[in-house]
Design a protein around this ligand. Structure first.
Ligand code: ADP
Ligand code: MG
Length: 253
């Protein structure tokens, strides 16, 4: 059953058409990868799904929820969390406090006025936060300030914050960017475990092809804002349009 249905999306920024007639669906429980060269529209599509960008055309449904009619904070309540291509942590807060920000949609207006979390709620949210840090293997960083931590820890903190939102679908924008081979292997394992152990559907943008090919159920290739191919990794890899676009057309050489 499709969880996320994207239909005929067009997103234009003045003269730049970032997405043109983009349609795809992501099934419940899938790991679905979005690939394509820089500027092909991958992050823009994430921004359309989570309510940062407002497409001029098309529809995006998550189950019965019409996402284009919702604000970003309402989209989190529908069960969609995301991470960002450039890490968006708050440097002067601890790892634990950074990830608890992902629980903001569970905070009532009363506790926001008093302080950002009531004591009782803080205990509950902290316990969940620690569980997630443990799941990601970084629980010993909980009280460390995020500023100055290794890049890998900063990326995992972003993922932890998204998981604290208790999503049904997580959007990961280049989770392995800037990581070495060992960290990339670790990230591949974590993404698989997010689906296998937490039961969360994953939509991931990645450039690391070995990671994409090893973990994805299906892959979508974007090229200049258009869908070039969608299918199983082994089929997409040999799709003629993908080969032509990324490796060059040698048929007339
Ligand atoms: P990718 O993530 O695939 O590298 P992006 O989605 O970031 O690509 O960008 C796709 C295109 O849309 C690029 O040409 C980019 O410059 C443009 N773009 C993205 N966001 C904006 C914006 N907020 N304003 C203007 N142009 C944008
Ligand atoms: Mg991007």
């Amino acid at each position: 059953m499709a969880d996320l249905c994207i239909n005929n999306i067009r997103m234009q920024f003045s003269g730049v058409v970032a997405l043109s007639d983009v349609s795809l669906f992501v099934n419940k429980g899938e790991i679905f990868s979005l690939i394509g060269s820089n500027g092909s529209g991958k992050s823009t599509l994430f921004n359309c799904i989570n309510g940062f960008n407002h497409p001029q055309k098309g529809t995006i449904f998550f189950g019965n929820d019409d996402l284009l009619k919702k604000q970003p904070h309402q989209i989190i309540q529908c069960g969609i969390s995301r991470t960002f291509q450039n890490v968006q942590n708050i440097p002067f807060m601890t790892v634990l406090d950074n990830i608890l920000l992902g629980a903001h949609h569970r905070i009532g207006p009363k506790s926001t006025v008093k302080r950002w979390l009531s004591q009782k709620q803080r205990v509950t949210e902290e316990a969940m936060g620690l569980e997630i840090l443990d799941f990601l293997g970084i629980v010993n960083y909980e009280q460390k300030y995020i500023a100055g931590q290794p890049y890998g820890i900063q990326k995992l903190t972003e993922i932890a914050r998204a998981l604290v939102g208790k999503p049904k679908l997580i959007l990961l924008d280049e989770p392995a960017a800037g990581m070495n081979d060992q960290e990339t292997d670790e990230m591949a394992k974590i993404i698989s475990e997010i689906r296998d152990e937490l039961g969360i559907t994953v939509l991931v943008v990645e450039h690391d092809m070995s990671l994409v090919m090893s973990i994805s159920d299906r892959v979508c290739v974007l090229d200049s804002g258009k869908v070039l191919a969608i299918g199983k990794p082994e089929d997409v890899k040999i799709h003629p349009d993908v080969v032509r676009s990324f490796l060059g057309d040698f048929t007339n050489a």
